[in-house]
Ligand binder design. Structure first.
Ligand code: PEP
Length: 248
């Protein structure tokens, strides 16, 4: 049975003072909910997470990484640097990176390889735009995004990744996918994973992301192929984030 996982994506939000309040609120409210939990934070706050979350059940990670190990790549952060600050996870191919930084499926795949090679758990994000959904292209789009990754990783590494289905039209819009829409996409993605490694596909955590809140989390999480959530806006308030974890 797959363990549930809830990851907060802080995006470009936070300050040292606000982070301390948020992290201590999360840690204080975390009873034994039975879900794994992590926050993916802006790189400057990784040290703060390491200092304030060490010894707690909350893990932390980055929101992006470089395909390069080191060198003349101004502004980039390597997998080794994330590990240096105790990160466990890193987001790969969030739709905001794909849209604003023109990250291609191939680049996202290379980032996934870099994360796996370093021993980080990549959270590979896939999802269709509203226009693509309306044109009936959802499965083609998310399949192509996932296949680009599966083509370059070893079959045994499938089990080391986390997948996030994040329909672009649901991110930050308040327009959540219905549980059935999300479940259909998750089942489809699991079948794609199975083409590469059937045994691993059954174990990979597939998270739903897109305006998940405490009020809609329970119904989403109850779907057989939804193994948790990738949470943006609602991860910035301890009570909301805990409410989602509790819904698991
Ligand atoms: C996200 O940024 O990954 C996300 C799901 O955002 P939100 O929850 O705000 O829609």
């Amino acid at each position: 049975m797959r363990h549930k996982l809830v990851i907060g994506n802080w995006k470009m939000n936070g300050s040292r003072a606000a982070n301390t309040a948020l992290l201590s609120g999360i840690v204080a409210g975390l009873n034994d909910f039975g879900a794994d939990c992590a926050v993916c934070v802006p790189a400057p706050y990784l040290a703060q997470c390491q200092a304030e979350l060490a010894g707690t059940p909350v893990r932390w990670g980055g929101q992006d990484l470089s395909v390069h190990a080191c060198g003349a790549y101004t502004g980039e952060v390597s997998a080794a640097m994330l590990l240096d600050f105790g990160a466990s996870y890193v987001l790969c191919g969030h739709s905001e990176r794909r849209a604003y930084h023109h990250e291609s499926d191939e680049l996202v795949a290379q980032k996934t390889v870099a994360a796996l090679a370093a021993g980080l758990r990549p959270v590979v994000c896939v999802g269709e735009s509203l226009a693509q959904r309306e044109a009936g292209q959802t499965e083609d789009v998310i399949c192509a995004q996932l296949r680009a990754v599966l083509e370059v990783i070893a079959a045994e590494d499938v089990a080391k990744m986390v997948l996030a289905y994040e329909p672009v039209w649901a991110i930050g819009t308040g327009q959540t996918a219905t549980p059935q829409i999300a479940q259909d996409a998750h089942r489809f993605l699991r079948n794609c994973l199975a083409d590469k490694n059937a045994a691993a596909a059954a174990t990979v955590q597939i998270l739903y992301g897109g305006s998940m809140k405490p009020e809609n989390a329970k119904e989403l999480m109850a779907q057989p192929d939804i193994d948790g959530g990738l949470i943006g806006g609602a991860a910035l308030k301890a009570t909301d984030f805990l409410g989602i974890i509790q819904a698991v």
